[in-house]
Design a protein around this ligand. Structure first.
Ligand code: SAM
Ligand code: SF4
Length: 372
């Protein structure tokens, strides 16, 4: 373990919303920022560090798992850190580790710690299902992890088991409390709200914010569920509908709009409550104009949009001896070619799929491979 105090201070001393780089943490070898032809700047990378997972959420992965890549097909630690360093030179300030389940990867604490130490990086976050979080929470905090998003879709054990096909609700609830107790500056709870599954828990989830200083985020169900239930068309609940229900329920309380991140378009705070409520239009895509995200899949491809099906083969390039300039050029190409929004990206993907459905279509089947 490196210097814990330095790590923690570095991470906790910065404001995530302040994306301008200060002299002290600017990368010593900077490059022009990563931008696209629509005038957007990309300063936030989400890296999936593993495809495997210890849950089998119905809206994400089939019971038998997806066709996991062999170990050597997944990014190695030195490759992840090289990507982070190059992106930090291009102005990336925020890094999120996701998966699959990132805490299943044995070297995850080391990856977080070394990312925190990377010049230019201001905040490192993680999205986790929370099952293994109690085991690693203290080490992650010492390593300087800034934010933790814990995914939870039901507050009832029977429903939790039905959605995740595993037990463990107690552990996830423990993880949320522990993250608050340990003083992580950002603690969020991700809920995929679906009709016929957990729509009746909208208000109980909002009520978590009464005492807990966390943001509960309702994320629209997206068509990355390995073709399990999306296609029935029965489970989607729109952000607009969720907002109406929240506003109607709390109308008498004087519920207020609150400030959130660039993708938290609808954000509220009930007066007197400790936490916030956010609704994320992940499928209706009203947030694309503010997109600042770069995605790197566990098997080492750059994705310029969640809805794009064009992978840019970063891992292969690096393993073929690419220089840093070559890596920079691939990121620039990927973002030069980014569509205006997720609808255009999806349309282009549908046209491409008619020509060649095989590899691309299968690779995009589950969120566990893309990283959420
Ligand atoms: N295993 C970790 C977890 O569940 O938090 C990290 C990976 S998971 C793919 C990241 C996020 O994507 C989770 O919050 C999960 O709920 C969300 N997600 C997965 N499949 C989804 C889908 N089809 N629609 C919307 N969100 C989805
Ligand atoms: Fe695993 Fe996360 Fe997918 Fe659930 S949503 S199966 S926890 S990767």
């Amino acid at each position: 373990m490196l210097n814990n105090t330095v790590n923690a201070n570095k991470a906790f001393g910065v404001s995530e919303s302040n994306s301008s780089s200060t002299a002290e943490n600017r990368h010593p070898n900077p490059l022009p920022p990563l931008q696209d032809r629509h005038g957007r700047t990309f300063d936030y990378v989400r890296i999936a560090v593993i495809e495997q997972c210890n849950l089998r959420c119905t809206y994400c992965m089939p019971e038998e798992g997806v066709r996991f890549k062999e170990k050597d097909m997944v990014l190695r630690t030195d490759e992840i850190l090289r990507i982070v360093d190059i992106l930090a030179r291009m102005g990336v300030r925020k890094v999120r580790y996701t998966g699959g389940e990132p805490l299943v990867r044995p070297d995850i604490v080391e990856i977080v710690e070394r990312t925190v130490q990377t010049p230019g990086v201001k905040a490192v976050h993680m999205t986790t299902n929370g099952l293994l979080f109690p085991k690693y929470a203290k080490d992650l905090r010492d390593a300087g992890l800034f934010g933790v998003n814990i995914s939870l879709d039901s507050l009832r054990e029977d429903k939790f088991q039905q959605i995740t096909r595993r037990s463990g609700l107690d552990k996830v609830l423990e993880s949320i409390d522990l993250a608050v107790e340990l003083g992580f500056p950002r603690v969020k709870v991700n809920v995929v709200l679906m009709r016929g599954f957990n729509e009746d828990e909208l208000i109980p989830f909002c009520e978590l914010t009464r005492d807990k200083p966390v943001t509960v985020r309702f994320i629209e169900f997206m068509p990355f569920d390995a073709h399990q239930i999306w296609e029935t068309g029965q489970h989607f609940a729109s952000a607009a509908d969720l907002c109406s229900q929240i506003e109607a329920h709390y109308a008498g309380s004087g519920i207020n709009p609150a400030s959130g991140t660039r993708t938290e378009h609808h954000i509220y705070q009930v007066p007197g409550y400790a936490g916030k409520i956010a609704v994320i239009p992940a499928f209706t895509r009203s947030l694309c104009g503010n997109c600042s995200r770069i995605r790197v899949t566990a098997d080492g491809n750059i994705m310029n949009c969640l809805y794009s099906e064009v992978p840019y083969h970063l891992k292969d390039l690096m393993r073929n001896g690419a220089s840093d300039d070559d890596v920079v050029a691939l990121f620039r190409k990927a973002f030069d070619e980014k569509y205006k929004d997720g609808f255009e990206a999806k349309k282009a993907a549908s046209i491409a799929a008619k020509i060649n459905v095989s590899d691309i279509d299968r690779a995009r089947a589950s969120m566990t491979q893309i990283g959420g």
